[in-house]
Design a protein around this ligand. Structure first.
Ligand code: MG
Length: 376
């Protein structure tokens, strides 16, 4: 065991690579706790409330937004961290910031912006999440960004091309050396998918885009459905769905904890560097549950994310972002002064990046309002 009852291979601030800009230690908070607090006080965090997870914000009040999604991810992440004696504050920080780089309108928005940026280095939401905490937040007198700990940044950058990794310095190295991140980062990554798989079943069902009969064909759902139905045969569909979803989350999370424990026992890491050099992720589900989890993910991809009702919305919102991109590229003064003044007017690539940063930071409704205001 390391400090404060944590495992010796948990992230430990006293052995961390630390922050990019040196700072005096906080008086009564740990450094990862401090990161979590910085993330909660950031502008990007408040914007998550008006950003699409799957359903565009104005489609309904009860659907998940990026904010409630991120909180659910953090909740599951903390549970797993505590069960495995890992660094809870670090997992929470990574989970709360993991989607900071998302554009308005979710994946539809990111695809549109990526297309606009094709000749200027592309746009990738995960890389953008790191860019938000490293560069774009303007909260401190002495540096740009939030100056987070290395392990928090490592966890936020889930994936990265070799080309981008080479430009990122310390935090990009593992993609070049084929190393893993620490366990807190590995778990944050997995619980993200656990959270959206489950809450998207709930949201998709409420929206009437996916039905019980369809869902029952998914083993993960079907098994829990039959158990709940046998015990409570007269339950109405709303309660039935919730009973099934919480059992599904429990099944997958318990499996993740058990399998990760077994992996740790087998590999016996002594430090976070052992975890990084293990050659494969030590956080994982069993083969059987993982297959069911991926099955459900594929099901949602086919029947919910690509539902024709969603695709109609996709075209509409992509047009909004593409219009905005063209407008700002043509007339940089249509952007607020803080952005337009940062633009090198001669260099089209740097101009495109500033435009992409501005658009990516928008909430759904701001993008719609801005589009309306300029185009009318
Ligand atoms: Mg997410």
């Amino acid at each position: 065991m390391g400090t404060a009852g944590l495992e010796s291979f948990a992230a430990d601030e006293s052995r961390s690579i630390g922050r990019r800009y040196e700072e005096t230690k906080a008086a009564y908070r740990g450094e990862y706790q401090r990161d979590r607090d910085r993330i909660i006080h950031s502008t990007a965090f408040r914007r998550l409330v008006y950003k699409t997870q799957v359903f565009v914000n104005h489609e309904g009040d009860l659907y998940r937004t990026r904010l409630t999604h991120s909180i659910e991810v953090a909740q599951i992440g903390r549970t797993v961290a505590l069960a495995l004696n890992l660094n809870e504050a670090l997992i929470e920080a990574i989970c709360l910031a993991h989607d900071f780089g998302h554009t308005p309108f979710g994946h539809a928005g990111q695809d549109a912006l990526n297309e606009c940026m094709r000749d200027f280095g592309g746009f990738e939401h995960n890389l953008q999440s790191l860019r938000v905490v490293d560069v774009l937040e303007e909260k401190y007198a002495e540096f740009s960004g939030l100056n987070l700990m290395f392990e928090t940044r490592e966890g936020i950058l889930k994936h990265c091309s070799k080309k981008n990794a080479a430009e990122l310095g310390d935090v990009g190295k593992r993609f070049l050396n084929r190393e893993q991140p620490g366990l807190e980062a590995q778990i944050a990554n997995i619980v993200d998918a656990i959270a959206y798989n489950n809450h998207d079943v709930d949201d998709g069902f409420r929206a009437g885009l996916i039905g019980l009969e369809q869902l029952r064909e998914q083993p993960l759902f079907g098994k829990q459905h039959d158990e709940v139905h046998e015990r409570y045969p007269d339950l109405d569909d709303r309660r039935l769905i919730y009973e099934i979803i919480r059992r599904m989350i429990n099944t997958v999370v318990t499996d993740l904890i058990d399998q990760t424990r077994a992996n740790i026992k087998e590999f016996a890491p002594q430090s976070i560097d052992d975890v990084r050099r293990a050659g494969k992720p030590l956080a994982s589900m069993s083969d059987e549950i993982y297959a069911q989890h991926v099955g459900l993910k594929r099901f949602l991809n086919k029947h919910l994310y690509r539902h024709e009702q969603k695709l109609a919305m996709t075209e509409k919102v992509q047009a909004i972002l593409k219009d905005l991109f063209q407008i700002y590229m043509t007339d940089i003064d249509k952007m607020p002064l803080q952005f337009s003044s940062a633009v090198d007017k001669q260099d089209k690539t740097s101009r495109a990046r500033v435009v992409a940063d501005y658009i990516a930071g928008m909430t759904d409704r701001f993008a719609i309002a801005e589009h309306e205001r300029i185009i009318g």
